[in-house]
Design a binder for this molecule. Structure first.
Ligand code: GLC
Length: 567
């Protein structure tokens, strides 16, 4: 039986993973073709981004038919084959359920537009101001007003994302029943898990204007969201341990996540939260260039670890996904310390309490592509914000510099399988450019190299399965105010894990507040690392140190002694 706490999830962005039919777009058969690789890596679940029928305005997050596969990605037979073949390798398939909104091309919205009152009530319509202004000042997450006007109706509909992504009216029981049926449909086809897209936005509160704000406080973690999630679960996967569920939580709070992902609250297994990935923003504004705030990053990661743990709730832990830039470019080093920093970043995540999510290409240290012109971008959010930045008077070069750091397309370039011009992704013309460093950074070369980033990730995944303390241990920060070291301790039934990371290029000497007598080094990114209470940490050094209950010289079976924390 799969235990999501001992599992690792690998995220496949199907469009950019592997193209089996040379049309330049990855597809389901391409994913099936790579299952042996994924099984070798040791992952338990594959989360696939949406591959349903969609105009692709937001790369599939604008769904026009929840039950049909976009022919560009394959057929239902391809999906069933994928589930079957994955199952043979002990891998399960998780699907992405985009239930906050549909595409305006969806039949429901088209019927609403045509005046059918039943379907009109599937969406959120409001009258605007007498002067032609929208119902309130809420902003779309992709820029501009969150309302679009339909002259034939004389009303506005809400879209928290693109104007072609109309928000569903979850207050309407028929909508909720429809969405439950969609979940059951995919359960019947072989899905074993679900990721629910921006699911904490489904319950809107009051439709008030938000002063200087963008409206998010009125619809984030809204009044009926827990009730809706509870109902969804009870009427579909229920308590079946076969299914794993994760909710993507936008701008959420920890208090809400205790409930979304509490062991006994009957909602979801775990949550994605994003506060730790806003440490290179200014407030909520991501289209800026500022260095990341290391102290803030640690404070957020650590407070979520301890908070969720003390409330018996479970985190999904991750750096990367299809909306985030590549982590080695973001918090690591693309240059001389590329491999060391990529391994260190992997270690930080994979030894935390929670289920690690690994995004395609992260396991080989893929970098941001460094695009230089708007024509290279595909992402609606990036293109919109480029224009917004230009309208604000920013020079073109500065706008590109911001996109190169923050664009979601940074992670959407083709998976780098080998050193060929198209990275082994396709023999056709890829839908988005291949990162030129594929000749150097690719799976083929790292498979052969015992010291590669890929091998390090494989070792990290194996650690979680082999050592219960990695999966089940509690969490305690170590020396949390240190300016360059990120370290923590995990304990479970007398076993102790100490994880030490130098987050920077500058070497550092660090004295561990835990007495490291009796510890062994399970994994490091430098050869010959030995546990010593005072450690010399070279650039981006990372060590996973372990002592089993039996090996503890002073406190057999109990907690190891703690030195008082420094400073
Ligand atoms: C989520 C998805 C993102 C998408 C948005 C709207 O944040 O991860 O890619 O654009 O929801 O569906």
């Amino acid at each position: 039986m799969f235990d999501f706490r001992k599992s690792v999830v690998y995220q496949v962005y199907p469009k950019s993973f592997c193209d089996s039919d040379a049309d330049g777009l990855g597809d389901l058969a391409g994913v099936t073709a790579k299952l042996d690789y994924l099984a070798w890596l040791g992952v338990d679940y594959l989360w696939l981004n949406p591959f349903f029928v969609s105009p692709q305005r937001d790369n599939g997050y604008d769904i026009a038919d929840y039950r049909a596969i976009d022919p560009r990605f394959g057929t239902m037979a391809d999906f069933q084959a994928l589930c079957r073949e994955a199952g043979k390798r002990n891998i399960r398939i998780m699907l992405d359920m985009v239930f906050n909104h549909t595409s305006t091309a969806h039949e429901w919205f088209q019927k609403a537009l045509a005046g059918d009152p039943v379907y009109e009530d599937y969406y959120i319509w409001r009258e605007g101001g007498p002067d032609g202004t929208p119902p309130n000042n809420w902003q779309s997450k992709f820029g501009g007003s969150a309302w679009a006007y339909v002259p034939e109706k004389g009303k506005w509909y809400l879209h928290l994302f693109d104007r072609t992504q109309a928000d569903l009216n979850w207050e309407n029981p028929r909508v909720r029943a429809e969405l439950r049926d969609v979940v059951r449909f995919w359960m019947d086809q072989g899905a074993k898990g679900f990721r629910f897209d921006v699911v904490n936005l489904i319950s809107k509160g009051s439709y008030e204007s938000d002063g200087q704000g963008d409206g998010r406080r009125f619809y984030t973690d809204g009044p009926r969201v827990h009730e809706f999630l509870h109902e969804l679960r009870q009427s579909t996967f229920g308590d079946d341990p076969e299914f794993v569920t994760v909710g993507e939580m936008s701008s959420t709070t920890m208090e809400h996540c205790y409930r979304y992902a509490g062991a006994d609250t009957g909602e979801l297994n775990m949550v994605f939260s994003f506060h730790h990935l806003k440490v290179d923003f200014v407030g909520n504004e991501k289209w800026v260039l500022v260095p990341f705030d290391f102290q803030q990053l640690k404070d957020i990661l650590f407070s979520w670890q301890t908070g969720m743990s003390s409330h018996n709730a479970w985190n999904a832990v991750f750096w990367c996904n299809h909306d985030q830039p590549r982590v080695v470019s973001r918090f690591g080093d693309e240059g001389e310390s590329w491999a060391q920093s990529a391994k260190m970043l992997g270690t930080v995540i994979h030894c935390l309490r929670g289920t690690p999510y690994l995004y395609q290409g992260e396991e080989i240290g893929m970098t941001n592509p460094g695009f230089t012109s708007l024509g290279q971008y595909r992402d609606v959010e990036s293109i919109n914000h480029f224009h917004i930045l230009r309208d604000r008077g920013l020079h073109e070069d500065s706008a590109y510099a911001i996109l190169r750091v923050h664009s979601r397309d940074n992670s959407r370039t083709p998976m780098q399988w080998d050193a060929t011009g198209k990275a082994g992704f396709t023999t056709g013309t890829p839908w988005i450019g291949v990162t030129p460093n594929c000749d150097r950074i690719n799976v083929a070369s790292q498979l052969d190299d015992p010291d590669s980033i890929l091998r390090h990730y494989k070792a990290l995944i194996a650690l979680r399965k082999r050592y219960d303390v990695v999966a089940y241990g509690d969490f305690q920060p170590l020396d949390p105010r240190h300016p360059s070291v990120l370290a923590y301790q995990r304990q479970h039934q007398g076993d102790t894990l100490v994880v030490v990371n130098n987050f920077y290029r500058k070497p550092v000497q660090w004295t561990c507040p835990v007495d490291l007598t009796g510890f062994t080094c399970l994994l490091s990114n430098y050869p010959g690392s030995t546990p010593q209470t005072t450690l010399q940490l070279p650039p981006y050094a990372s060590l996973v140190l372990y002592r089993s209950a039996g090996a503890s010289p002073r406190t057999p079976g109990g907690a190891p002694p703690l030195h008082p924390a420094r400073g």
